[in-house]
Ligand binder design. Sequence first.
Ligand code: PEP
Length: 263
Amino acid sequence: SEFRSVFVNFVVGINGTGEEVTKLVTTLNDGKVTSPDAVEVVVSPPFVFLPLVKSSLRSDFHVAAQNCWVKKGGAYTGEISAEMLVNLDIPWVILGHSERRALLGESNEFVGDKVAYAVSKGLKVIACVGETLEQRESGATTEVVSAQTKAIADRISDWTNVVVAYEPVWAIGTGKVATPAQAQEVHSELRKWLQKNVSAEVAESTRIIYGGSVNGANSKELAAQPDVDGFLVGGASLKTRPCDDLVNSVDLPEFVDIINAAT
Ligand code: PEP
């Protein structure tokens, strides 16, 4: 779209040692981005590696935390507050990832509260929504992602700092990517939901990115869909592909292909 800049987020899950993270940052720093003004790139390492990544990552890429606490920090042992992220100058946070919804029992309302609190502290939020395979097969996809989005919309009025990530649960880490048509259909439904329930301006300007088994090979066709404004990438952020250049024959990181596909 001419109106929405593209957004690519690389999530490093809870993989990696300090050495591996440093290697990954070096690879990211060496990557050639063909349209740097058209794409916003954000890297989301686990909390403990945020300072390392922030201090060593190229300045045109940004960092995101993978979660934060739902309200003001305090006696919530083991949690990280939005205030702490602000204090460390971490601009972005991912909230409502399906692994947290499914494994940690985060409800739509809880995720909505988290988004509202993080936004109120000035953080930019990547808010994840998505249906399970069972929900898709029973025809409930639109209903599920609408309810997840509604819980956020009920609690915020300013969407400027929110990116919605559509991540079908059945596609995350499975190698089963949504087809471009499947992704486009849900992104378009989400945009229509925003138009009807929030405003035409928010629907037009909010970036809706796709996540779930995105790689260098499938990213181009997905990026060509009118309502796909970028990607949230897990596994492929850690991978390389053989270079076409047989003379220099070095491996290239897939993330470069994904960023360049997205623009
Ligand atoms: C994710 O972890 O959110 C994700 C999209 O992973 P993958 O790209 O490996 O499916």
